[in-house]
Design a protein around this ligand. Structure first.
Ligand code: GLC
Length: 435
């Protein structure tokens, strides 16, 4: 039986701390109705009505290698793909249910294509697996908190055998941990109400996963969901503790710390628009500028950001999402050094933007220019060895004109005559200090 070991844990998580930036991919049958992956819940849609979509699942334009290449170009270091969402439709060749993509017109194992594509790009492989399964006959229906049939008195639970459901669920996880090579991340989703921890036989499940995939990182959703931290933040993490916390659609205001005040691993899970799965009417996309600022914010608070794409029914990524990824590619090529392996700089947030840090290097992210020279605070000016513009490497001078002489403790960086920054989204200054 797996038990938490701090030393082993700290080794296992290092690549993830350095990675800082990942891609989430939500794709499945729900892309056909195009009302998001929770549409069965909101519309209380019966299974036999939803199953019909399977006949149309041709995935005719789906090229997972192209999706993953966009992630690589955008500077993402890991990719997490929905092998099965709450709807129960499996995008992999499972022998435990016929409700899978091998039996749809596409006849493809998308998890196989995905894991091959991610490794080919040299990125880390993540699998999302829903421990909730609205289609399985032994999963609670009537009276459950979220099941599509939760209000349907005819869908009572007398003849449902939850242990039989758990055998099914554990067997599918075993398939995913056995048949697709090295898996680096397992994103379970999610615990709620009384459905949490050992209700899922979580210790047994985690022990099996870690035996099959010794270096794997597992998220905290056998204990929690998009809210709640789980036992990772306690003095004695449980056997099924998450290796990282997964705040959803939020950047934790002060990062996340454990009971002893030590930072814990976390990633903000964020969509580009307002939905994870493809939603035809949702054109409310965040701007590239906002999302770059959110990535910087996560890193400045000691966390990661996983950014979602939701391909449409045929497997095409919406153009707005492609455009956002291409903007990240442009910015990360110049400034990735201020993200990867960086973290909390241990200083107040400057008025003009944010600060990330890696060892004796501070990266000042300038989102808005100052009037005159830029005030660099939080570092003893005697410790500053050099200041460079990260994107070009050119030297940035410190100014000492008369009008700055009243603030001797503040270093004023001369960003030039033009009030418009060379990168109006986030212009990064690399400040090297002596030890
Ligand atoms: C929430 C959503 C689920 C999504 C997940 C991603 O649990 O309900 O649909 O897959 O967040 O973090």
């Amino acid at each position: 039986m797996y038990t938490f070991n701090r030393e082993e844990y700290e080794k296992r998580i290092q690549w993830y701390k350095d990675a800082r930036f990942g891609m989430f991919i939500h794709w499945g049958l729900y892309a056909i109705p195009a009302r998001g992956e929770w549409m069965r819940h909101f519309e209380e849609m019966p299974s036999d009505e939803y199953d019909k979509y399977m006949d149309e699942f041709t995935a005719k334009d789906c090229d997972i290698r192209q999706w993953v290449h966009l992630a690589k170009e955008a500077g993402m270091k890991y990719v997490v793909f929905t092998a099965k969402h709450h709807d129960g439709f499996c995008l992999f060749d499972t022998k435990y249910t016929d409700f899978n993509s091998m039996n749809a017109p596409c006849r493809r194992d998308f998890v196989k294509e995905f894991t091959d594509a991610v490794r080919a790009e040299g990125l880390k492989v993540g699998i999302y697996y829903s421990i909730i399964d609205w289609r399985h006959p032994d999963y609670p229906h009537y009276g459950d908190e979220i099941h599509p049939m939760r209000n349907n008195k005819s869908e009572t639970n007398e003849n449902r055998d939850f242990d039989r459901y758990l055998d099914f669920m554990h067997s599918q996880v075993r398939e995913l941990m056995t048949n697709y090579g090295k898996i680096d991340l397992l994103f379970f989703d999610y615990s709620y109400d009384g459905m949490r921890g050992e209700k899922w036989k979580a210790s047994q499940l985690v022990t099996m996963v870690r035996e099959l995939q010794p270096g794997i990182l597992i998220n905290n959703r056998l204990e929690a969901g998009g809210r709640g931290f789980g036992s990772l933040v306690t003095k004695n993490p449980l056997p099924y503790h998450g290796d990282y916390v997964t705040p959803e659609q939020i950047v934790p205001p002060d990062g996340i710390k454990d009971e002893l005040g030590n930072p814990v691993l976390w990633e903000s899970c964020i969509t580009m628009n307002r939905h994870w799965g493809y939603f035809a009417g949702d054109r409310y996309f965040k701007t590239p500028s906002m999302l770059i600022h959110k990535l910087v914010e996560c890193v400045s608070k000691g966390g990661n950001m996983i950014l979602n794409i939701g391909p449409d029914a045929y497997g095409n990524i919406p153009q707005e999402e492609v455009d956002i990824l291409k903007y990240f590619a442009h910015w990360m090529k110049k400034n990735g050094e201020s993200i990867y392996g960086c973290g909390n700089a241990g200083m107040d947030k400057p008025d003009f933007g944010r600060v990330t840090r890696k060892g004796n290097i501070y990266y000042f992210h300038v989102f808005e220019n100052a009037v005159g020279a830029l005030p660099i605070q939080g570092i003893d000016r005697k410790r500053i060895r050099r200041i460079r513009a990260l994107e070009s490497g050119h030297e940035v001078h410190v100014v000492t004109h008369f009008n700055y002489s009243d603030y001797p403790d503040v270093v004023f960086a001369d960003l030039g005559e033009d009030p418009v920054l060379p990168d109006p989204v986030d212009y990064v200054l690399k400040v090297e200090v002596s030890d």
